[in-house]
Design a protein around this ligand. Structure first.
Ligand code: KIV
Ligand code: NA
Length: 275
């Protein structure tokens, strides 16, 4: 397959072809995702929760995000590689945001960055700096304290109007796509229809131009009940538990490793040792 770019994503929207996206945080997963032919891989700050067991995404740092992004970079040849700007890396001033975004491009090989919220001036400056930006509206997890928890957003006509205005402003400022998270299907449809750039939904219904899921959610590598919008495509948690239980049993019973799984001295040396 040909390389996915910000412009080929736009083309997919024009052709009515859904964009497929998922998160990745490590080399092995990213290889499998890329080989499966998905369009977009996001090194999401959700890694704070699913890889590090933190209660929210707020504490993850630039250096940590860069570390995970570098591993994913080495695996990805086809998909568009997007890095999530962590909380604090763009909230004080647009200049901070530009400097940190440049680090993702230069030091980790990201091809675009994602930022949460309607930060119009920052998006303009990133675009000016030749850095493609994916916006993110609706339930923005870095706003957890303001929102009073992880709650569905855009539940009133006024809130939907505000979201649509924000989305149009992000598009005008230069965003190449917008993630819509945790909003009613009807709201996501309105916003998607209003935009020329693609929307990528998570918990935003089927009318977005694409879908994204957190890899650990869709593979059941998490430890709490899934949100309503998650579909479990595999139970890798159960696969790993079974494998480890079997390994433990084999080691305990001394049936692992077998003769065939052992290295041997050459025949003559073995004879010598035996005498
Ligand atoms: O961090 C993340 O995984 C995300 C996606 C859910 C869009 O921001
Ligand atoms: Na995120």
């Amino acid at each position: 397959p040909t390389k996915v770019t910000t412009t080929s994503l736009q083309e997919k929207k024009r052709l009515g072809q859904p964009i497929t996206a998922v998160t990745a945080y490590d080399y092995a997963s990213a290889r499998i995702i890329d080989e499966a032919g998905l369009d977009l891989i996001l090194v999401g700050d959700s890694l704070a929760m699913v890889m590090q067991g933190q209660p929210n995404t707020l504490a993850i740092t630039m250096d940590e995000m860069l570390l995970y992004t570098r591993g994913v970079r080495r695996a990805v040849r086809h998909a568009l590689l997007v890095a999530d700007m962590p909380f604090g890396s763009y909230h004080a001033t647009p200049a901070d945001g530009v400097a940190n975004a440049i680090r993702f491009i230069k030091e980790a090989g990201a091809e675009a960055v994602k930022i949460e919220g309607p930060r119009i001036e920052l998006v303009k400056q990133l675009t000016q700096a030749e850095i493609p930006v994916v916006g993110h509206l609706g339930l923005t997890p870095q706003s957890v304290h303001r929102m009073g928890g992880f709650k569905v957003q855009g539940k009133t006509i006024a809130a939907i109007d505000a979201l649509r205005e924000d989305a149009l402003s992000l598009e005008a400022a230069g965003c190449c796509a917008i993630v819509l998270e945790g909003i009613p299907r009807e709201a996501a449809r309105l916003i998607t229809d209003a935009l020329d750039i693609p929307t990528i939904g998570i918990g935003a219904g089927p009318d977005c131009d694409g879908q994204i899921l957190v890899l650990h959610d869709m593979l059941s590598l998490t430890f709490s009940p899934a949100a309503k919008f998650v579909r479990r495509y595999a139970d890798l948690g159960a696969v790993m538990r079974d494998a480890l239980t079997e390994y433990k049993r084999d080691v305990t019973a001394r049936t692992f490793p077998s003769e065939a799984e052992s290295y041997h001295l050459p025949h003559e040396a073995r004879l010598l040792l035996a005498t």
